[in-house]
Design a protein around this ligand. Sequence first.
Ligand SMILES: Cc1cc2nc3c(=O)[nH]c(=O)nc-3n(C[C@H](O)[C@H](O)[C@H](O)COP(=O)(O)OP(=O)(O)OC[C@H]3O[C@@H](n4cnc5c(N)ncnc54)[C@H](O)[C@@H]3O)c2cc1C
Length: 470
Amino acid sequence: MKKEPVKVREADPETRIGNFEEVVKGYCEEEALAEASRCLQCANPLCTGGCPVGIDIKKFIYHITQKDYRAAYLTVREKNNFPSICGRVCPAEYQCRKSCVFTKKGSPFASEQAINIHFLERFVGDYGKDNNLDVPEEKDGELSGLKVAVVGSGPAGLCCAGELARKGVKVDIFESLHKTGGVLRYGIPPFRLPWDVLDSEVNYLKKLGVNFITNFLVGKAKTVKELFEEGYSNVFLGLGAGVPSFLKIKGENLCNIYSVNEFLTRVNLMSAYKFPEFHTPVNIGRNVLIVGGGNTAMDAARVALRLQKINGFRPNTTVIYRRTEVEMPARRLEIEHAKEEGVKFEFLVQPKEFTGDQRGFVRKMLCLKSKLGEPDSSGRRRPVIIEGSEFELDCDMCVIAVGLKANQILINATPELKTDKNSDLVVDPETMESSVKGVYAGGDIVGGEGTVIEAMGMAKKAARSIIYNT
Ligand SMILES: Cc1cc2nc3c(=O)[nH]c(=O)nc-3n(C[C@H](O)[C@H](O)[C@H](O)COP(=O)(O)OP(=O)(O)OC[C@H]3O[C@@H](n4cnc5c(N)ncnc54)[C@H](O)[C@@H]3O)c2cc1C
């Protein structure tokens, strides 16, 4: 008889919007065993091909069925440095689960029947974390003379540093912010990725000897050239995509219109939701509009809704998206969670203009309706404006979440670095080496906004090149 997928436990929507605690509770042992027992252990498993770092999924799930969680953990860690993180944030429905034999061919994302590989990965990662299972080091004496500067402490930088340090390479990570983790800290809210999960990965790297230097902007405080002059043998650039895109429409600079970076950074990194305990308040609207359809938009909407609830306002947050739900790039789980929590959606709608009051605060968003046309370069159907379809929405706060670009500070200070038409770094895809010898790059700074696991995949490749090419 076909076994049904094991549902993951979650905090109930009414309670969870009153706090920033983790929503998805994960599998307990019994649930993990039941879910793992659904895996058919295919002779020719396709799931591994769907994982950007190629985890041996069949093998780690088999180890779970045998209750050999240590072996399951080590199998995952062979390819993935941060299973507890990826088990929480990977868009598995577009990756490993989409390739599961239980997903129908041609589906845009995984079917519900697909094995919940990400929840099993999280179970295994948390088991390793809770039981202090360290990954074996493979120190190589010859590499101990290498000293690498990693710029940026997001998943790309952390992953590259871990790969190098495990081999005995000395690594210093330079981070411009006062805290480590990149988007994992300042972008993704703690109700999706609790800080202790990230901290335990950072602490593991510290145990391996990785040195973290925060509040240090490479390109200003020191140039890449100066890092080499100081004795670093290689530099890895994991700069991310931290600069927000805007709509470029009238009224966009009215007060209470935030870029998604500013909004999420204030709340997550600066703990604005704990005001007055933390002295960094953020404005809270009664009619909040979020523009966009990606993970950043979902995070902003769910954060805004929580701020409304915590501050005693009626939760009233609406996402404005110019295509339909099918084309939304956000993880399916985040869309479902946002809906359960009461976030409203206006599909096939785009902003045309903002209007404000005499004090310069936003009051309305003038919108246009759209319909779907032919597919564009992203493969998704293009939104086409319907003439004469203008209408207004009340809006006393808005968050613009329509894409992120690379920060150019370091790139401008290093003119030898080649960039593409989007101002992202150009690298050799085989080695991840940039146009400057000894300088490697990976993550969102290469190819634009991606995912955590893709950033890690590139970082691993770069680390391998540094180890074997140097
Ligand atoms: C709000 C949000 C939600 C997301 N949700 C998901 C999700 O659920 N699942 C998923 O897979 N992906 C998600 N993503 C995408 C994912 O987080 C990114 O693809 C990933 O973080 C990229 O990693 P990175 O290391 O390249 O860059 P980042 O995480 O951006 O880290 C770059 C780091 O480099 C530092 N830096 C930049 N320039 C310098 C410099 N000159 N000197 C020193 N330090 C510097 C920055 O301060 C930053 O800390 C999300 C992104 C956002 C913004």
